[in-house]
Ligand binder design. Structure first.
Ligand code: ATP
Length: 294
């Protein structure tokens, strides 16, 4: 699957420009869309899943065009929205059976096989007889994933998927997507949590205030932050000064004060040492840089 996004912009009726001239190429595998709240991620997702029209620009999914082939695009799409909720009285397996029939699986036996397969995959087989709306938060989220994926979509779009999940659930979720990403599918994972992306996405884009701040591999992003991440051991008094002047990524208490990791030019600080950036450092670095130019 190849998704091309060309000059896409979105201006809401109240004049808010949520997306400004976005250009992106997304191939097979997992693609991370990273950005703070309000960056424009949901607006972009909603356009790609044909729930909303862009103001200008277009996108294509292989040979399907966003404006011309909306029905065809929907037939190969699995979308898990940020606020996935259901108010059904169905049992867990019935809910998935219903999702499978909506996805066009007509044969009852085939649906049963698919439902059992997905109940196993997301770890809900043992609670299959439980009313879907009585599942725990994490289980509901997993049911959401299963209903998104049961029709074998070629394009999978998940918006802030790990919100409200505990660390174990997060890892389970990542593993499911990462397994599926080995096939001929494109998965777009939108999140403001760097950890959701770091281990699983080969490519990513950073959105900030409707603008594309970066696109490329996680390694390329990290490379750009080299020389801008510093660590310093400091007392309480100095810490306040540092907080005012630098973006602080982490603060670890020590016997004397704090070990602080910061973004900026740390060479001006006594005893500061330059450290190797990780993806979280690079993300903060880019957000800081972008906010300076706005
Ligand atoms: N229907 C709307 N009318 C006007 N402005 C909107 C509308 N929907 C979103 N916005 C604004 O557009 C900007 C981008 O919002 P969007 O929801 O796409 O961002 P996001 O990155 O998904 O953030 P979040 O994770 O908080 O949803 C925000 O400033 C938001 O307030």
């Amino acid at each position: 699957m190849q998704i091309n996004i060309n000059d896409l912009s979105k201006i809401y009726p109240n004049g808010k420009k949520a997306l400004n001239n976005i250009n992106l190429e997304i191939g097979n595998g997992m693609f991370g869309l990273l950005g703070p709240n309000g960056a424009g991620k949901s607006s972009l997702m909603r356009i790609l899943v044909t729930l909303m029209e862009p103001s200008t620009g277009t996108a294509s999914f292989n040979s399907f065009d966003l404006h011309r082939d909306r029905k065809e695009i929907r037939s190969i799409l699995g979308y898990l929205p940020q606020d996935f909720r259901f108010f059904s009285k169905l049992k867990t397996w019935e809910f998935l059976d219903y999702a499978a029939s909506l996805a066009g699986i007509r044969s009852k036996q085939m649906r049963k096989n698919k439902v059992d397969e997905w109940l196993e995959k997301v770890g809900l087989f043992d609670v299959r007889e439980r009313d879907a709306n009585k599942l725990s938060g994490g289980m509901k989220r997993r049911l959401g994933i299963a209903q998104t994926l049961i029709g074998d979509p070629k394009i999978i779009i998940v918006d802030e998927p790990t919100t409200g999940l505990d660390p174990e659930e997060r890892i389970r979720f990542r593993n499911i997507l990462s397994e599926i990403s080995q096939q001929d599918v494109s998965i777009i994972l939108s999140t403001h949590i760097v950890g959701d992306i770091s281990s699983v996405c080969n490519n990513l884009a950073l959105l900030n205030n409707g603008e594309l701040a970066f696109k490329g591999t996680p390694e390329a992003l990290i490379e750009k932050a080299k020389g801008h991440v510093w660590q310093v051991s400091t007392s309480g008094y100095e810490y306040d000064l540092i907080k005012d002047k630098y973006a602080v990524v982490s603060t670890i208490p020590t016997q004397e004060g704090w070990d602080v990791q910061l973004i900026g030019d740390g060479s001006q600080l006594s005893n500061a040492i330059e450290i190797e950036p990780n993806l979280e450092h690079a993300y903060v670095y880019f957000m800081e840089k972008a906010s300076e130019t706005i």
